[in-house]
Design a protein around this ligand. Structure first.
Ligand SMILES: [Zn+2]
Length: 356
């Protein structure tokens, strides 16, 4: 999910916000399905064809289609918003944490003089290092606490290599016990934990190739672009006492974040829906065509068009070539309707919209 926020630079008012849900998974599944059908077709005994499996090259900076889609949809929304309002600057979160700032703590330790912001960068680093899961029980998606592997009370240091993250339960249970004592019955966990603690993250861990691709595309727009880290975003958000949502995070990206006034109460929830396939033949599991899809549009309608029905009201239409269309209401109930009873409200644009 990508958060988007429009902030008035002079007053710091968050005027509009959105949360964009991507469809990377769906793209992956569809390509996977196409691959299977294609493989199946090509392995059949047919006339000789020269081998053509090794004649393709990926260009520099190639991204998987499911990731490229994230870049493209984000760019679509930048373009659309520029049409409606005078945008001068873009702030984007480029990396999770600032690797430059964190160079030393792995070896030399963390001191309180480094400040609060540093603590946020550090936390992001440690969370990434331990893959956002409890180092002891592997719990995910629970509140995680930073914890000393060798307890401080027994001479453990503040170096990052001595810090791990743990769920509240494990942290309590461990208390100020030595790690060897705490994991006496789980030697394999102990071994993995000590190895992971010693291995510092490489620069690549902070960098996300998709975000870099987006950054390069945003530069092409000619707007002033500021980048921030995930640690800084979190710091700004906590400083202003805002709750953890994608759209509020978006408003908090970068050093230029002013004191925010939130003028909007909810983000527009945008979901990528795609624009349907172009495949003409429906194939069975052996890859043989069993039926053919009609030409779009059908009687002037396409899947995803929003329409108003005489009786059932507004909904999303799925046209069928046999005559009766399917109308999906906002509460997901479906009705069978006649195309002659429909009035157009808006044409599909590849996205669906709703409020919270
Ligand atoms: Zn745990």
């Amino acid at each position: 999910m990508t958060g988007i926020a429009l902030v008035n630079e002079r007053t710091g008012t968050v005027v509009w916000a959105a949360e964009l849900t991507h469809r990377g998974d769906m793209i992956r599944q569809k390509l996977e399905k196409r691959r299977v059908v294609r493989r199946n077709r090509r392995k059949h005994k047919t006339r000789y064809r020269p081998a053509r499996f090794n004649n393709r090259k990926r260009p520099n900076g190639w991204l998987a289609p499911s990731l490229q889609h994230r870049v493209e949809t984000a760019m679509t929304w930048v373009k659309r918003l520029r049409k409606y309002c005078p945008i001068t600057d873009i702030s984007m979160e480029l990396v999770r944490f600032d690797m430059q700032k964190l160079r030393n703590p792995e070896i030399s330790g963390v001191s309180y003089q480094q400040g609060v912001l540093f603590g946020y960068e550090l936390r992001e680093y440690i969370l990434t290092k331990w893959r956002h899961q409890c180092a002891y029980c592997g719990a995910k998606e629970v509140p995680l606490e930073i914890e000393h592997i060798h307890p401080k009370s027994k001479g453990g240091s503040d170096r990052v290599s001595n810090l791990a993250i743990a769920c509240h339960k494990c942290n309590q249970k461990k208390g100020d016990k030595h790690v060897e004592q705490f994991l006496k019955k789980k030697p394999e966990v102990l071994k993995r934990l000590l190895a992971q603690a010693k291995a510092p993250l490489r620069d690549a861990a902070a960098v996300n190739s998709t975000r870099w691709a987006l950054y390069n595309r945003l530069k092409e727009t000619g707007l002033a672009i500021e980048t921030g880290t995930g640690g800084l975003t979190k710091y700004n958000r906590t400083l202003q006492g805002l709750s953890k949502t994608h759209w509020l995070d978006a408003a908090c990206v970068g050093k230029s974040t002013p004191m925010l006034k939130i003028a909007t109460t909810q983000p527009l929830l945008i979901t990528c829906k795609g624009r349907g396939g172009r495949q003409k033949a429906v194939v069975n599991k052996y890859g043989y065509p069993i039926s053919h899809r009609p030409l779009k549009p059908i009687k002037g309608w396409q899947t995803g068009d929003i329409t108003k029905h005489q009786v059932y009201g507004i909904g999303r239409i799925t046209p069928r070539s046999r005559g009766s269309f399917v109308l999906t209401k906002s509460d997901k109930t479906q009705k069978s309707v006649k195309p002659t009873d429909l009035k157009p409200v808006s044409r599909r644009d590849g996205y669906s919209y709703k409020w919270v």
